[in-house]
Design a protein around this ligand. Structure first.
Ligand code: FES
Ligand code: FES
Length: 207
């Protein structure tokens, strides 16, 4: 894939290439979701219809049970929509290239890299971010377990880890240790928290 220089001088992937790649991949996948290694997914593009953009278009996103109508350029990713347009900064951007899974959110219950998903393609789907887990001041079981097992250091990987585990445990509440490990295999922790992250996931699986 051709790379270009970002304004900060670092190499990146041009939006055009990203969109072209997404379009090619979309044609090859019938399921509607692209499965990446370690079970990570990104939402596949919508079937082609009338061309959109390049100016802003109306995009409706359902995030944590709330509908938001936004005006976004079609190139805007779900990650950018969440962080920069909805102020939901719990979803982290680290690589912005689908490599680290820090940006994981749930899309219709599936762990999904929001940096590799266009906001347009997330329309009509239920999006859950880390902000949607707690009920008021009551933390979700996984959030409590991360605290109890000291499962974070810098915290940058934490929201993605928790949502990857949630995708597993919502489907398999009594997941095995192997399943817990596989659920976060695509999430990178640059600190030393992975052993405790696995302990937290296993604790919730064991009730
Ligand atoms: S920020 Fe999306 S995978 Fe790294
Ligand atoms: S706690 Fe720092 S990257 Fe995981």
């Amino acid at each position: 894939m051709r790379r270009h220089k970002k304004p900060n001088g670092k190499p990146g992937v041009s939006r055009r290439n990203f969109l072209q790649t997404a379009g090619i991949a979309g044609g090859a996948v019938a399921s509607g979701l692209l499965v990446k290694p370690a079970g990570r997914v990104r939402a596949a593009p919508s079937p082609a219809s009338a061309p959109l953009g390049p100016g802003p278009v109306e995009v409706t996103l359902e995030v944590n049970g709330q509908k938001h109508v936004l005006k976004l350029e079609p190139r805007v990713t779900l990650l950018e929509a969440l962080r920069e347009h909805l102020g939901l900064t719990g979803t982290k951007r680290i690589c912005d290239h689908g490599e680290c899974s820090a940006c994981t959110v749930l899309v219709d219950g599936r762990a999904t890299c929001s940096c590799m998903t266009l906001a347009l393609d997330a329309q009509g789907k239920k999006i859950t971010t880390i902000e949607g887990l707690a009920q008021g001041k009551t933390l979700a079981a996984l959030q409590k377990a991360f605290i109890d097992h000291d499962a974070f250091q810098c915290g940058f990987c934490t929201p993605g880890m928790i949502l990857s585990l949630k995708a597993l445990l919502d489907k398999h509440p009594q997941a095995t240790a192997e399943q817990v490990k596989a659920a976060v295999a695509g999430n990178y922790c640059r600190c030393g928290a992975l052993p405790n992250i696995l302990k937290a996931g296993n604790a919730v699986a064991k009730g």
